[in-house]
Design a protein around this ligand. Structure first.
Ligand SMILES: [Zn+2]
Length: 490
């Protein structure tokens, strides 16, 4: 091309020279024309020489002097560092200083999307692939919409892949029907990727092993095919009023915050080994499909969610897991009763719940029930002993109160070493009991622990002993139920 221009230049020069002799055009005009042609050619030559190639891996995009002046680096506008494109105002970014650069970025991006649309009909290239892109703020939609009518959806039939990109600010894809795959893989983001009011006809896949510190917001979207968010660590997933019609797979992922409000789960939802760090609330979601929740980890959970999870495990005959969530359900019920109690309601119900929780963790913890049987008996044994030998001796209440207080503290403890503490303290109680009563072989304990031992006659049963028998009978019942809960088959 440059050689053609040079030839053209000589041709024009020749004709001008020819006209010059005939005094057809004034001398000054000719000089002006000559200058214009000269500068144009020089400029074109310079531009052709100063073409740059993006140094980002897998890019190789060529760009000109103007783009170079905007990026101020060896990377193109898509891959250049954009840390100086905004000013931090608290947690927000102010992008005013980079208006020209941002406009150029989105203009070039749209051009390249259109280019792909026109030229790349090849099946293999039937996708938008954004690799290592650094996205600045964009006012409006990522794929520009022809209309502002919200009932009029844009349609994108190509697959879209975002790989190892950085989203510096919010990005929006709203009111779009995605006919191809939508995939986000190992991106960095601390803001929001908004995919609200969309329809996803095929696979949606998100994989982010490093923490994705932003939000994926699918507000009011519909998924007609699989949604795979596996082995990912995501700060926030907004699924308000979404509809999942096929498999929703969240396996082996960590989620800090997730919103299932009015979410319809119509297909199989699999949360295998998924960790919900902040809260999981399924109480307002509509679940008509199957739930697979094996190995699920939750920290904050309300009663209804615990009940839903328990039910799901029960349906799959996974009684051990179901029991775990039954205990959580009970704990939440207890909290509700505590709130009622503050309003002066349901005192007895609260009391029964409390005792049930302390004695056996709502029939889940057989060791706790056994711990109470042993320690309560040792504590009573110490008093009984002194009663019979020395008459009423209030000093004997000291070890009794000691054993009971520590037992109460230990049974409400939530610690992974709780069981070790329980066993260790039982040994201390045994030491105290045997030293005070000299009953090293636990002869009296064994005889008293049997709730029916003296029931065959009316003679020896004092009212105190009668109360003891009732409590021990209750604890033994809890022990049996707890063991059964952990081993039963439906
Ligand atoms: Zn590039």
């Amino acid at each position: 091309m440059p050689s053609t221009t040079v030839w053209l230049f000589f041709a024009i020069l020749f004709s001008i020279k020819k006209y010059e002799s005939e005094e057809f055009i004034p001398q000054e005009k000719i000089q002006d024309i000559l200058n214009i042609i000269k500068t144009t050619i020089l400029f074109r030559k310079n531009m052709a020489e100063k073409s740059y190639k993006c140094e980002s891996p897998n890019c190789n995009r060529k760009f000109d002097e103007y783009e170079r002046s905007l990026t101020n680096s060896n990377n193109c506008i898509f891959h250049c560092n954009k840390d100086n494109w905004y000013e931090l105002e608290g947690e927000n970014k102010n992008w005013q200083i980079s208006e020209e650069k941002r406009e150029y970025f989105w203009k070039k991006l749209n051009e390249s999307i259109i280019e792909q649309n026109i030229y790349r009909s090849d099946k293999l290239l039937n996708r938008y692939s954004f690799k290592n892109f650094i996205f600045p703020y964009n006012y409006g939609n990522f794929f520009p919409r022809d209309t502002l009518d919200v009932t009029n959806f844009s349609k994108i039939s190509k697959d879209i892949y975002f790989e190892e990109c950085v989203f510096l600010d919010n990005i929006e894809f709203s009111f779009i029907v995605f006919d191809g795959v939508v995939s986000f893989c190992d991106n960095l983001c601390s803001s929001e990727i908004m995919l609200s009011n969309c329809e996803f006809k095929t696979l949606v896949a998100i994989k982010n092993e490093k923490e994705f510190k932003g939000t994926f917001n699918f507000y009011n979207s519909k998924f007609f095919d699989e949604v795979r968010i596996e082995n990912s660590h995501i700060r926030e997933l907004e699924l308000f009023s979404c509809e999942f019609n096929s498999l929703f797979n969240l396996n082996n992922s960590i989620l800090h915050k997730i919103d299932f409000e009015y979410t319809k789960l119509k297909g199989v939802s699999s949360f295998k080994n998924t960790k919900f760090i902040n809260k999981l609330d399924l109480s307002n979601s509509l679940i008509s499909g199957e739930l697979n929740l094996l190995g699920i980890e939750v920290t904050g959970i309300n009663r209804e969610t615990a009940r839903i999870i328990k039910n799901s495990f029960e349906q799959q005959n996974n009684i051990i897991e179901a029991n775990k969530f039954y205990a959580l359900e009970m704990k939440e019920r207890e909290k509700e009763l505590e709130a009622d109690l503050k309003k002066g309601k349901n005192f007895f119900e609260w009391l029964v719940f409390k005792i049930h929780g302390i004695s056996s963790n709502h029939s889940q913890d057989w060791l706790l029930a056994l711990f109470w049987i042993i320690n309560f008996t040792f504590a009573i044994g110490i008093i009984e002993n002194n009663f019979s030998m020395f008459g009423v001796n209030f000093i004997s209440f000291i070890p009794f109160i000691f054993i009971m207080t520590i037992s109460l503290c230990l049974s409400t403890l939530e610690n992974i070493f709780k069981n070790i503490f329980l066993i260790f303290f039982s040994l201390i109680s045994y030491g105290l009991y045997s030293l005070i009563t000299c009953d090293f072989q636990l002869y009296k304990v064994v005889n008293h622990i049997n709730p029916f031992s003296v029931m065959n006659s009316w003679d020896n049963l004092t009212f105190g002993e009668f109360l003891y028998k009732i409590i021990i009978a209750y604890l033994i019942y809890q022990l049996i139920i707890s063991i059964r809960q952990n081993t039963r088959r439906k």
